[in-house]
Design a protein around this ligand. Sequence first.
Ligand code: GMT
Length: 372
Amino acid sequence: MKIGISCYPTFGGSGLIASELGVGLAERGHEVHFITYASPGRLNIQVSGIFFHEVSVPDYPLFEYPPYSLALASKIAECVEKHGIELIHAHYAIPHTASALLARDIVGKDKLKVVTTLHGTDITLVGSDPSFLPVTKYSIERSDAVSVVSMFLKDEIDRVFSCRNDIKVIHNFINPLDYQCKDRESLHAIFAPKDEKILIHVSNFRKVKRIQDVIKIFIGVRKLMKTRLILIGDGPELNAAIESVKGENAYEDLIVLGSRDSVEEIIGSADLLLLPSETESFGMAALEAMAAGVPPLASNVGGLPEVIDDGITGCLTTVGDVDEMIRRAIELLSDENKRRQMGENARGAAFNKFNINTALDEYEDLYGNGLN
Ligand code: GMT
């Protein structure tokens, strides 16, 4: 098929999934066209069958808010005409699905199918905000097929939008080939030269991630054992997090790495991943850690229980219960055999339950048989 993919090309999980999906589809012989304002950070453009079309929004004094959604719709319509794209897969409803639907109106309904994957805050926060709710509901109902990344998100859509269409759950996935993590020991020694334990947090540093809980856990654990904290990613809460660590005189044990194209090896060098989020429709960082053999310690919210089996492949704790999180972290970090076993279980679950090949089959089925 000739497939268009529209997504946020940032370092978030939805952009990552869209990129990996596109590459996987291209490897299966499809022609995949990414249509976004920048090439996704983790997109491997060396794969044959991958194309990238940049959406640019002209600057004009009248535009206080440059209309990206309209520029995207125009670009999709143009790509359909020029390259014969048959289907556009929109990741994150706002604005990608709305733009795709407009493009479908432009080129004709018989020429383009619109498939939407909902990722999380496009439903739980942004999409259900009154300023976007009608457009989100319309986007879901008018798509030719809709998928969500967890059962939790499907239930949320039923609760908030009561949409009439069929919604398929296709869990997020990893490619086992990306998680060989051969450098674990040497990287661990670089990040922890005094044989400290390594905690890691990977996110876009927004309020929903509860970064201050990450810091509190780090400080709490560090009181009892030599510990360092690695932060990967960037976002509005990062500076405050760094300041808090300085305030606790723990700055020497903080490693801030910013946004990175590839995180697999670095995550694999850690002992424990922290994800104490307020909500998480799936929790891609937890899955990435699991694939790297690192147990995640996460909140028991949203889709996280679908990813983590508490006590087997990681730890689930009540949101905001930092004392409990510190207790669970110390318990695991003090017992290397148990930690390693949990990491192995996590890796097995990631490779088997969340394998890219299963997800590719499910998406191909959605494109072929799942259309309304
Ligand atoms: O919705 C967001 O916060 C952004 C989005 C993203 O682009 O990373 O994250 C959501 O989608 C990810 C990929 O499906 C999920 O792993 C995240 O759990 C989800 N974030 C939230 O639900 C907060």
